[in-house]
Design a protein around this ligand. Structure first.
Ligand code: PHE
Length: 348
């Protein structure tokens, strides 16, 4: 469709189309659009002439036709440039999927911490709260308040590293018992305290100068040895096997009376006797007992009204039994092969 006004637009239209053809980069096209087609652009202002012409409809049609032609060409060329730019970008960012990847090693948990967390979870599930105590402590908390006076022979079993005459690295987590009782001021207690302990031990397959225990302490009215047995049996079932049994053997600790050594039925042979339990069918796992009346008294509890039990579990010992680890020193050597091997065993 053409009309008598077409010639008004022809010249500028051809000029713009030529510029579009010649444009080499996207910016040039944007400039063309601004210069000619924006509100006051050189092409747009031609529309003002409509006031002077006779056949306004024909003029408008002619204007629109020319404008449409320019706009179409412009858009086509812009799209062309954009496509080209995108292709260039894709080419430059090409990934060679045949190259070998860089493996991200993820951290693995040391079996010690797995077992520590499991022990905590089991007791938290039974309503215990987790407490902490100092690793460097005074003679009073590590020994005196636990009924181990200065000249007591039981100190020999727990010889440790002294900082001065009074300060020492705690030889057991039982020291936390005294701290917790002091804070509780005669109120009932139900806590566990996992932590490091230190002894002047020879370092061999089953001993280390540093190891860890989880102390347990429950004090309330009417607490008895049956409660202790039920608690430890549940612990053994959750930790070792559903059908685990425990037995008490009488023992001696200055801070408990009676005191017991606790054995768990061998989970490897189910009590028949094997190398794990050295043929006996039982494995010793911890020490425990009823809190000694002297200990209760020294920390402000009336032993006529209150009673309690305490236990001390060796974390490494449990982990060694649980996973068949032969040497306690493996826990501390940060040998990645050991940790990896162990994680495989558990998670497979
Ligand atoms: N503290 C004792 C030890 O280290 C273990 C223990 C804790 C025994 C609590 C009885 C009660 O050998």
């Amino acid at each position: 469709m053409s009309n008598r006004y077409d010639t008004i637009f022809e010249e500028i239209e051809n000029k713009i189309l030529e510029l579009i053809v010649k444009a080499k980069v996207l910016d040039e096209l944007v400039d063309i659009r601004n210069k000619y087609l924006s509100k006051k652009g050189e092409f747009s202002v031609l529309m003002n002439k409509i006031r002077e012409v006779e056949d306004k409809k024909a003029f408008g049609e002619s204007y629109n036709l020319a404008r449409k032609k320019i706009e179409t060409r412009l858009s086509e060329k812009i799209a062309e440039f954009q496509k080209f730019a995108l292709n260039e970008q894709l080419k430059s960012q090409m990934i060679d999927i045949t190259l070998p990847g860089i493996n991200q090693e993820s951290g693995k948990m040391n079996p010690f911490f797995k077992v520590k967390r499991e022990i905590e979870d089991i007791f938290i599930g039974m309503g215990y709260t987790v407490e902490n105590g100092p690793e460097v402590d005074s003679d009073r908390y590590v020994f005196e308040l636990l009924n181990i006076p200065k000249d007591h022979p039981a100190r020999d079993m727990q010889d440790t590293l002294y900082i001065d005459d009074n300060l020492l690295l705690r030889s057991h987590t039982s020291s936390v018992q005294a701290h917790v009782m002091e804070k509780a001021k005669g109120k009932p207690i139900k806590i566990i305290c996992p932590g490091k302990t230190f002894r002047r031990d020879d370092d061999d397959m089953t001993h280390s100068h540093q190891f860890a225990q989880v102390e347990g302490l429950v004090i309330d009215k009417n607490i008895n040895l049956g409660n202790l047995k039920a608690t430890l049996e549940l612990f053994a079932k959750k930790m070792f096997s559903k059908d685990a049994k425990i037995r008490f053997r009488s023992s001696y600790f200055p801070f408990t009376e009676p005191s017991v050594e606790v054995d768990v039925s061998c989970f490897a042979c189910k009590g028949k006797g094997c190398s794990v339990c050295k043929g006996s069918g039982w494995i010793e796992i911890l020490g425990a007992g009823m809190v000694h009346p002297n200990v209760l008294k020294m920390s402000g509890y009336d032993p006529e009204i209150y009673s309690g039990y305490a236990f001390g579990i060796g974390i490494e010992r449990v982990a060694m039994l649980r996973y068949g680890i032969d040497d306690i020193r493996r826990f501390y050597q940060s040998d990645i092969r050991f940790i990896e091997e162990f994680n495989k065993k558990v998670e497979d």
